[in-house]
Design a protein around this ligand. Structure first.
Ligand code: ADP
Length: 262
C-alpha cells in the first residue's frame, strides 16, 4: 500500500514539474515572439530613411547633381533630413527600450505647467504655421499651476501630443490646450484638435508601439509610430492616467492627469 501511495505522489510531482516547465517554455516562446516582432519593426522603420539617404548620396556621387549648385544643395538637404529622421527614431527606440526594461528613473520637481505649455508652443509654432494651425491656450486658466513631475519627460509628452495635433490636424485648424485643477491633488491637461480624428476600431490600439492608422501618411509626416507609446509609458511611470476621445473627421482630445504641486 505504501509503495502505491509513493508512486502516485511521485507521478503527481512529475506532472506538476512538467506543467511548470510547460508554462515556462510558453512564456519564453511569447518573449521570443515579442522580440522577433520588435526587431522586425525596428529594421522596417530604419530601412525607409536609410534608403532615402543612400539614394540622394548615390545620385550626388554619380555626378549628375553634383555640378548643379541648386540641385546639389537640395539633395544634401534631403539626405540630411533622412539622417535627422534616423536619429529621431533611434532616440525614440532608446527611450522605449529603457521604459520597457524599467530602466528609466523619474526626476521629480515642482514647476509651472503653463510655462511648459508656452515653451512647447514656441517650439512648435513653425510647424503649426506650415498648416496655418493656431495653437491656443484656454484663456480661463492663465495664472500659474504648479505640478510635481519629471519636467523633461512631461515636456516630451506635451511635444508628442501637440505635434500629433498638428500632424493630424486640418489646414487652418486649431489646437487648444487647457489645464484644470480637478481636486486638491490632481491637475488635468487637455489637448484638443479639430483634425482627422481616429476611427473607433483603431482607438484602443493607438498607444501600441509602431501602430499607426495610416502608415504611409504617418511616415510622410516623419512619424515613427512610437510617440504615443512613449507618452503612455511616461504618464504611467508617474502613476497617472491618460485618456483619448475622438470622432472621425471632427477631431481628437488627449488628456492626462498630473500630481498637483505646491
Ligand atoms: P506617429 O505619429 O509617429 O505615427 P504616434 O504613436 O504618435 O505615432 O501615433 C500613432 C497613430 O495614432 C498615428 O499614426 C495616427 O494614426 C494616430 N494619431 C495620433 N494622434 C492623433 C491625432 N491627434 N489625431 C488623429 N490621429 C492621431
Amino acid at each position: 500500500k505504501t509503495v502505491t501511495t509513493d508512486i502516485s505522489s511521485l507521478t503527481k510531482d512529475i506532472r506538476n514539474f512538467a506543467k511548470e516547465k510547460k508554462i515556462e517554455i510558453e512564456s519564453l516562446k511569447v518573449r521570443e515572439e515579442y522580440r522577433r516582432e520588435f526587431l522586425g519593426n525596428v529594421s522596417h522603420e530604419l530601412k525607409t530613411p536609410l534608403f532615402t539617404v543612400q539614394g540622394y548620396l548615390d545620385t550626388l556621387i554619380e555626378g549628375g547633381a553634383i555640378k548643379d549648385k541648386e540641385l546639389r544643395k537640395k539633395y544634401i538637404e534631403r539626405a540630411s533630413k533622412g539622417v535627422e529622421r534616423l536619429i529621431h527614431i533611434v532616440q525614440d527606440l532608446d527611450m522605449i527600450t529603457k521604459f520597457e526594461s524599467n530602466d528609466l528613473n523619474l526626476e521629480l520637481s515642482s514647476f509651472d505647467i503653463i510655462d511648459e505649455i508656452q515653451n512647447v508652443f514656441d517650439l512648435l509654432e513653425m510647424e503649426a504655421d506650415k498648416k496655418n494651425i493656431i495653437l491656443m491656450f484656454d484663456e480661463k486658466y492663465t495664472s500659474s499651476i504648479i505640478v510635481t513631475a519629471d519636467k523633461e519627460k512631461i515636456q516630451q509628452v506635451l511635444v508628442n501630443l501637440i505635434m500629433n495635433s498638428i500632424k493630424y490636424g486640418r489646414e487652418n485648424g486649431t489646437t487648444e490646450v487647457s489645464v484644470e485643477v480637478i481636486n486638491k491633488n490632481k491637475v488635468l491637461v487637455r489637448i484638443q484638435d479639430n483634425g482627422e480624428g481616429i476611427d473607433k476600431q483603431h482607438l484602443s490600439r493607438i498607444f501600441e508601439r509602431f501602430f499607426r492608422v495610416n502608415k504611409s501618411g504617418s511616415r510622410a509626416e516623419g512619424g515613427s509610430g512610437l510617440g504615443l507609446a512613449i507618452v503612455k509609458h511616461i504618464i504611467e511611470a508617474h502613476q497617472e492616467k491618460i485618456f483619448v476621445q475622438s470622432t472621425p473627421k471632427k477631431g481628437s482630445e488627449f488628456s492626462f492627469t498630473l500630481k498637483k504641486g505646491k
